[in-house]
Ligand binder design. Structure first.
Ligand code: FES
Length: 106
């Protein structure tokens, strides 16, 4: 499935993410600008922060307490549509997901 991402420079990119793969992992492996994933996906660094298009918010898996806590520590302050992309595993239902990357991750 494909995820659309608007990166900090304003460019909109398409990212292929295999089903079951965390979106952070696919983005980092593809060398995507504006995402770091320092902790490797453990919800412990906050450098995989993404902003989710409103239309998609309800379709994402529920947030764990760890993710919720870590979102308080992101470089760009969290917004109502903030998630950690390492906690978002790709599914067929998320085909076409729209994400925007924050200005910076640290
Ligand atoms: Fe560290 Fe997501 S990669 S919190």
């Amino acid at each position: 499935p494909i995820v659309h991402m608007t990166v900090p420079s304003g460019k909109r990119i398409e990212l292929e993410v295999k089903t079951g793969t965390p979106i952070m992992r696919a983005a980092v492996d593809a060398g995507t600008e504006g995402i770091i994933g320092e902790c490797g996906g453990a919800a412990m660094c906050g450098t995989c922060h993404v902003l989710v298009d409103e239309a998609w918010l309800d379709r994402l898996p529920l947030m764990s307490q760890n993710e919720d806590d870590m979102l308080e520590c992101t470089a760009v302050p969290r917004q109502a549509n903030s998630r950690l992309s390492c906690q978002l595993r790709m599914t067929e239902e998320l085909e076409g997901l729209e994400l925007t990357l924050p200005e910076r991750q640290r």
